[in-house]
Structure formats: structure tokens, C-alpha cells
Design a protein around this ligand. Structure first.
Ligand code: NDP
Length: 610
């Protein structure tokens, strides 16, 4: 036990923990980095196929003009459509690969799927649509239903094209020309890309994966025909006589495991790195859960939550869940509070130590919880994470850890090495083989990939492709538009916006901003608007030169590998999932956008009059 003025009483050895973290990280680093994964194209196309859409859907090609085309019908696209309508622009066509709106909630219908952020801050447009979420953490069917509610309320179904993939976008004179896989030739004054940020499933590219005979699917394309049940009632009755394997223990698997455990004859969980799993506290929401009487309540609640992530201490904590409770321990004092307590300004090294010690405290709490909930000590040890809290997506769940107390659930801990390959009938871990009837890949999604790859098509203007324009460096003004590409906007997905746990909050701010630019330029009679190169240069310089970004990169470089840190091999901010963001954080970024709009003259943008 030791005590010092900076960090207080310690009942653990921080140096020993640091050594353990480093050792656990080192054994997981793989030279192939992101190359250990493969996407769902080519010979793996079956893993990406849409299980929810009508495979026989046909329609005639369309040739017409729309004021705004939005690529992507997830929350980014829906919010874009809604905010455009609010701004008076109603002629909007959303083009979506899936068979309906919903984006990630269209695809992810696995049993147990729920949003791990409080529904009242996550679900968009609650105030506008006067909708009260049924649960504190909404289940996927309710979120999909809410997406449809938005589509209907804002008239976005009228011109939407589903099951349609954009194949290219070219700026021709004063309009965008889009081609699609259904032979459409669609023109638009404005093009908005709202293609998500983790929409492409990935698989581990392991020896034998293409000759593995048992039934397999990716978590985002759940096969209810095989398992029984459906998304609304996931009674997986057909698994009663099945040995089911699942690869992955991230945010998705955490939710799947307790559900499959209820039904499968046997469930084998193949783990490479355990997640941190805090208290969830799911419940039905009473009507008075949130004070919805004040206009702007949802924005205020979101900002309150976001302020916790900045280490600020608002007077109240309406969300009051595992996120804010953890942040309370992680950032118990601001640098100013600390200075007051110490009677002097802390040094950079002291601030770093303060953060590290609090992180150990947080993680010790999560580690203790495992031993409280998991009865077998060896299994509890294996489920214990050894890294800093932000190294991987924090998880919260009440049923995941207890699932390992069931007789039919077995954890195969791979000691950081992961599944190593497949025989025709078995999953291999080193020299051990595990026979299964069905294998679920909960192995995540491609992350930190170039934007045109995420979108699935390139965009050209004045003979230059966006992929070329951004070859050496992503260039944007505020993350929403780029020089040389008139009337092209980005809503989410790309870098240079803000880092936000509540992605929908970010999407809403972006949608409002882009809707303003489009509506304002139309009011001003501009045929096109685009950022000035010098304004882009200045903004990019601010991002690249941000000391806080540098600190984030340094933090992530020490982390156990994962998609947050380019599997431990990131070479620049853009290789990081949350890299190259506005350094001062999301609230400052939202404020930057709001002040820019309030200024009224769209500084840094140039327009071409009609
Ligand atoms: P992740 O990328 O987070 O997890 C993939 C998992 O697969 C990891 O546990 C990884 O291990 C494991 N894995 C990969 N290769 C192997 C291998 N060879 N052997 C064993 N294990 C392997 O994907 P998820 O789908 O879980 O989550 C993706 C993101 O989706 C989340 O981070 C979150 O942002 C979002 N999400 C959000 C939810 C919400 O409620 N808002 C719910 C679910 C997901 P390792 O850690 O060692 O790399």
C-alpha cells in the first residue's frame, strides 16, 4: 500500500500492471496487421449477401434529376434527409444497398442485438417524432422500426431506391451523374455520402477457411433459417442439437453469447482478447425516464453525456450509466481541479501518471467483477482483460459473463494467439481441434479504410478522382467537404470530424451543418459551392498539428491490437479508427460548426452563381 499527493492511496502495483499490459500486447501483435482479415468480396461474397432483402427484386432503370442524392440509408442518410426537409429542401433521393432504411440496424439482427448507448441519447429525432424508447438500451428491432418511422415521417420513402448499389459518381458541368448496378442514370445538384464507418464485414483470413464445411455466417448476416427464431423472437430452437462455435469476443459477441447459450447443445467461444464488460442495467423505461418537457432536451442530454467524455463534470448525470460511472473514476478531476488541489500546475508527466493510475483503478474494477460473476476461477482468469480502458471498445452487459457458468458453454482462450485455422470439420487453435456444426464469425468490420472503398465507388470531378485527390492526405473543410469537388458532402465515415462514442449525435450535427450549407447556397442562387483550397489547407494543418491527436496516437500505440489502433501497426492518424479528428473534442467541434453557420457568409467556401 502506498500513498502520494497526486494519486492518493494505491492498493496495487502500477509498474507490475504496466509490465503485464505490455507483455499481453506484445504477444498479440501480428506482422500482417489488418492483412490478417479479408473482406466479403470474391470467394467470400456469400458472407456479405443480404439475408433480409427480396432476392427476386427487379425494377426498371431510372433516369431523372433530384435536388439532393444521399448515398446510404442508415442514420446518417436519414438524418440528412430529415435535416434537409427542416431546412426546406424536400427533393431528396436516398440510395441504399440494403432492402430498407436502418444501416447498421438493418444488417445487424443477431439475437440479443441492442444499442449499448442509452436510447434517449442514441435514437435520433426522438423529440421531433415524440417517441419514447421502450427500453433504456433499445433492442435492434425497435431501432430498425425507428429508422422506418423517420423514413415515413420525413417522406424519405417516396424517392428512395433500395437494393441499389451506386457504381460511380461524376461531376458533369453543374450536376452530379450517378450510375448504379440497376442501370440507373441519376443526376443531382448535390451529392451527400453517408456510407457509415464500419459497414463492411470482415473475416479472419486463416488457412483452411475456404474448405471449412460446417455451416458458417457473419454476425451481421444472421442465418435464422439455420438457427430458428427471428430477430423479433430469437428462439434459436434449431440449435438444440448443435455444437456452435463463435469467433470473437468484441461488442457484438458479448450480446450474442448469452442468447446462443440459452439454446445450443454446446457453445464454444473462441477468444483472442477479452473485452471489458461493465454493468448494463437494462430496464424498461418509465414514461418519465427523461424530462422531455423542455424543448431541446435531447440535444442537451447528448451534450451532457458528451461532456463526461471530455472529463467535464456537469451538475447532473441524467444518463447515469456504466459509461458515466466509469468516466467518473477515469477522470475524477480536471487539470484545473488537480492544480487547485496540488497548489501548483501539474507537470505533463504528472498528468500522464494521474491518468494511468485512474485507468488501472477502472480496469481493476472490471477485473474484480469477472471474479464475482464467473464461478470457475480459471475461466474468470481467462476472461480478464489486461489493457487500458480505451484500448478497445468498452462493453457493458449483464448476461455475458454469467453465461460462462452454464454447463453447455465453454471458453477456449487462445492465449492471445487466436484461432489459427480450420480443418474440413474443425476449428484449429494451435494443435488443438474443435469440431462444431456451426461457426459464427463475430469478427467485426473493416475500419480505417479509404473513404471511396467504404462507399464502394469512386467520385470524379473535373477529371480528378477523389481517391487520387486524397491519396497522400485526406483533405476537408470541417470533415464535410473537400476542395475541387463542388456540391459534394460527407456525413460521417470520414476522418477530420470529431471523435464521438455517440456516433448518432455526431451524425445529427453533421447533417444539420450540411443541410445548412445546401439550403444557404440555394438561397444565395449558387449553382455550386465548395471549400477554398487555402481553407482546407488551414483546417488540415489544424488536425495534423493537433497535440491532442498526437497524445491519442501515443496512447493507442501502446494498446493491445484491434481496429482502434490499426491492429497495432498504424503509421498515421488516418490508419486509426478515431485518428485525424478535431483535436479539441466533439463539443468544441460542434461549437466550431455552429459558430461557422452563425457567421452567415460560409467562410472558406466559394460559390458559383447560376
Ligand atoms: P470487433 O472488431 O470489435 O471484434 C472482433 C472480434 O473478433 C475481436 O474479439 C477479435 O479479437 C476477434 N478475432 C478476430 N480474429 C480472431 C481470431 N483469429 N481468433 C479469435 N478471435 C479473433 O467487432 P464487433 O462486431 O464485436 O464490434 C464492432 C463494432 O461495432 C464495435 O466496436 C462497436 O463500435 C460496434 N458495435 C456497437 C454496438 C452498440 O451497441 N452500439 C453493438 C455491437 C457492435 P481481438 O480483440 O484479439 O482482435
Amino acid at each position: 500500500m502506498s500513498h502520494d499527493a497526486l494519486v492518493g492511496q494505491l492498493d496495487f502495483d502500477p509498474d507490475a500492471l504496466k509490465r503485464r499490459y505490455d507483455a499481453e500486447r506484445d504477444k498479440r501483435i501480428r506482422p500482417e496487421g489488418q492483412g490478417q482479415y479479408v473482406g466479403t468480396g470474391g470467394k467470400f461474397a456469400a458472407y456479405g449477401r443480404d439475408p433480409w432483402a427480396d432476392p427476386d427484386f427487379r425494377r426498371e432503370p431510372i433516369r431523372d434529376h433530384t435536388t439532393v442524392i444521399v448515398a446510404g440509408g442508415g442514420f446518417g442518410g436519414l438524418l440528412m434527409g430529415a435535416r434537409l426537409r427542416d431546412a426546406g429542401v424536400t427533393d431528396v433521393r436516398i440510395i441504399e444497398i440494403g432492402g430498407d432504411f436502418g444501416g447498421t440496424w438493418y444488417w445487424n439482427r443477431y439475437p440479443g442485438a441492442m444499442c449499448d448507448l442509452e436510447a434517449h441519447i442514441y435514437l435520433p429525432l426522438l423529440e421531433e417524432l415524440d417517441y419514447a424508447p421502450r427500453h433504456r438500451y433499445s433492442y435492434a428491432p425497435e431501432i430498425l422500426e425507428h429508422s422506418q418511422r423517420i423514413g415515413k415521417a420525413y417522406g424519405l420513402y417516396d424517392k428512395a431506391l433500395f437494393q441499389t448499389t451506386i457504381t460511380g459518381a461524376d461531376r458533369r458541368e453543374d450536376r452530379w451523374l450517378l450510375t448504379t448496378d440497376r442501370g440507373d442514370e441519376l443526376t443531382a445538384d448535390h451529392l451527400v455520402l453517408a456510407c457509415g464507418r464500419q459497414s463492411l464485414p470482415k473475416l479472419p483470413n486463416l488457412p483452411g477457411i475456404d474448405r471449412f464445411a460446417p455451416h458458417t455466417f457473419h454476425s451481421s448476416r444472421w442465418d435464422y433459417a439455420y438457427t430458428g427464431g427471428d430477430a423479433a423472437q430469437p428462439d434459436l430452437t434449431k440449435l438444440r442439437d448443435k455444437r456452435v462455435g463463435i469467433i470473437g469476443t468484441g461488442a457484438t459477441a458479448i450480446q450474442i453469447v448469452p442468447e446462443v447459450a440459452k439454446w445450443a447443445k454446446e457453445l464454444v467461444v473462441f477468444q483472442r482478447t477479452p473485452s471489458t464488460v461493465g454493468v448494463r442495467g437494462q430496464c424498461e423505461t418509465p414514461a418519465d425516464w427523461a424530462d422531455t418537457s423542455r424543448p431541446g432536451w435531447q440535444k442537451a442530454r447528448r451534450e451532457n453525456f458528451q461532456s463526461y467524455l471530455h472529463g467535464l463534470r456537469p451538475e447532473d448525470d441524467p444518463v447515469g450509466d456504466g459509461w458515466t460511472a466509469t468516466l467518473d473514476v477515469l477522470i475524477p478531476e480536471t487539470a484545473d481541479d488537480l492544480a487547485r488541489r496540488l497548489g501548483r500546475t501539474p507537470t505533463a508527466a504528472e498528468l500522464q501518471r494521474f491518468a494511468e493510475i485512474n485507468d488501472y483503478r477502472v480496469m481493476n474494477g472490471f477485473r474484480d467483477r469477472i471474479h464475482e460473476l464467473v464461478t470457475d476461477p480459471a475461466t474468470a482468469d481467462a476472461l480478464t482483460p489486461w489493457y487500458r480502458w480505451w484500448c478497445k471498445r468498452p462493453c457493458f452487459h449483464d448476461d455475458y459473463l454469467p453465461a460462462f457458468n452454464r454447463d453447455n458453454v465453454r471458453l477456449v482462450d487462445t492465449a492471445g494467439q487466436g484461432v489459427s485455422g480450420f480443418t474440413e470439420t474443425a476449428v484449429r487453435v494451435g494443435t488443438d481441434e474443435y469440431e462444431v456444426d456451426c461457426l459464427i464469425f463475430a469478427t467485426g468490420f473493416e475500419a480505417a479504410i479509404p473513404y471511396t472503398r467504404l462507399a464502394g465507388f469512386d467520385i470524379t470531378a473535373r477529371g480528378v478522382a477523389l481517391s487520387e485527390h486524397w491519396r497522400d492526405q485526406v483533405r476537408t473543410l470541417h470533415g464535410v467537404a473537400t476542395d475541387g469537388f463542388p456540391n459534394l458532402f460527407f456525413v460521417g465515415g470520414n476522418v477530420q470530424t470529431a471523435m464521438a462514442v455517440n456516433a448518432v449525435h455526431l451524425l445529427d450535427e453533421l447533417a444539420e451543418h450540411v443541410a445548412y450549407v445546401i439550403a444557404r447556397s440555394r438561397e444565395q442562387g449558387l449553382v455550386s459551392v465548395e471549400p477554398e483550397p487555402s481553407a482546407v489547407d488551414d483546417y488540415v494543418a489544424e488536425i495534423v498539428g493537433s497535440a491532442r491527436n498526437e497524445a491519442t496516437y501515443a496512447f493507442l500505440a501502446e494498446c493491445t491490437p484491434g481496429y482502434y489502433n490499426g491492429e497495432g501497426n498504424a503509421r498515421s492518424g488516418e490508419d486509426l479508427f478515431s485518428g485525424a479528428r478535431y483535436g479539441d473534442g466533439a463539443l468544441a467541434y460542434y461549437d466550431l460548426l455552429a459558430r461557422w453557420r452563425a457567421e452567415g457568409s460560409m467562410p472558406g467556401m466559394t460559390g458559383t452563381p447560376r
